[in-house]
Write a protein that binds this ligand. Sequence first.
Ligand SMILES: Cc1cc2nc3c(=O)[nH]c(=O)nc-3n(C[C@H](O)[C@H](O)[C@H](O)COP(=O)(O)O)c2cc1C
Ligand code: SF4
Length: 427
Amino acid sequence: MGHIKILTEHLDREDQHDIDAYESRAGYAAVRKALAMSSEEIIAEVKASGLRGRGGAGFPTGIKWGFVPKNTGKPVYLLNNADESEPGTFKDRALLERNPHMCIEGMMIAAKALSCHWACIYIRGEYAYPAERVSKAIKQAYAKGYLGKKIFGSDFDLDIVVHRGAGAYICGEETGLIESLEGKKGQPRLKPPFPAVVGAYGCPTVVNNTETLATLPWIIANGASSYAKIGTDKSAGTKLFSASGHINKPGVYEIELGYPLLEFIEKECGGVRNGRKLKAVIPGGSSVPVLRADELDGVMLDYESLVKAGTMLGSGGLIVMDDSTDMVEAVMNLLHFYTHESCGQCTPCREGVRWVYKTIGRINHCNGTFGDIRLLKDLCKNISGHTICPFGDALVTPALSFLNKFRSEFEAKIEAATSMHVGSSHG
Ligand SMILES: Cc1cc2nc3c(=O)[nH]c(=O)nc-3n(C[C@H](O)[C@H](O)[C@H](O)COP(=O)(O)O)c2cc1C
Ligand code: SF4
């Protein structure tokens, strides 16, 4: 298990970004097939494949498409979410940069399924090179008549544009992305209504992650049942993991879902660097709970196994920490990111994240008290579930999970602070 390559088969080829090279390796064959299918047939195929969204929540893609109302008289929009800003997550970048046509072909298939004629790739502001590669690939596709009017000689019209973000994590949240696309401040909207019904410019809109869309050509070319056979019963297919931290071979890896986590670190990532001991792993990007090394036996990299272990697969940003890691400092670093990225729309998030960051900082810099641990818990309770978007929970999760799993390290710093202050007060 672990070595079927759906997304990465040609990723390391120098010329894969070029349209001729892409076509020489069966590129754009799946969309030709999809164009001969009805929307319902494509949606049924994607449902049967078991594909789940790769942007973090893991919601089944075909079911999500089924929420788009038909015949509203309004256009349907497809947005490829390439905002990828979660700390530890850099897997979409590899696809956009090294196989942009696969991302475009996936969008074409989704567009046909959704009867959408205008689609957009929203690319993270910092991703200058991937944006350049994608823009060039779109140009090549237009030049061949694969985009624009009557694509591939069919009766289907499709335009795809690139939209660059300006570097805000919250624009990866689907409604924040839509607001930003509309030219407004990137601030999430209250849901419902969901974008499938009222999305970009008030029209039905599907927001899908880049990896989700890039998987579609394989599913259409090889059939839903071939895809459903890969992975586990409820977590079908392969998944890209971006592995970073204290490992010998950081990088982007494609594995079959259900692959054992410890084996992944040992075999794919080359093990923990400098032969040190493993201390902790964040398996799915910074907003999922951290796991201690002693909790990893028997844990598999799939949606269900990770939930059972008390965490989540998230966006697949696996961060490894060895026994030299100061866990209070590590979570303070993460909180620094969240403090910077709150959009400021709701008070519990805007004020709370700064407060959580400052409290952890106080403990980390040996100025904290045991009352700060109670304060942290209280703050997190008042943020979680009281915000417009899931960002609030995304910051509470690391704060609480680091505190609960590595409480002795927090306490040791508080005890050190207490003894330092007692010492100084005695002169
Ligand atoms: C704070 C925040 C940031 C997010 N950032 C991203 C992102 O960069 N890329 C992404 O695909 N999804 C991101 N998401 C999830 C999206 O809101 C959405 O669920 C996803 O794009 C849907 O695509 P999928 O169904 O293909 O997974 C983020 C969610 C939140 C709450
Ligand atoms: S939770 Fe935070 S990021 Fe989300 S809308 Fe509220 S203030 Fe903005």
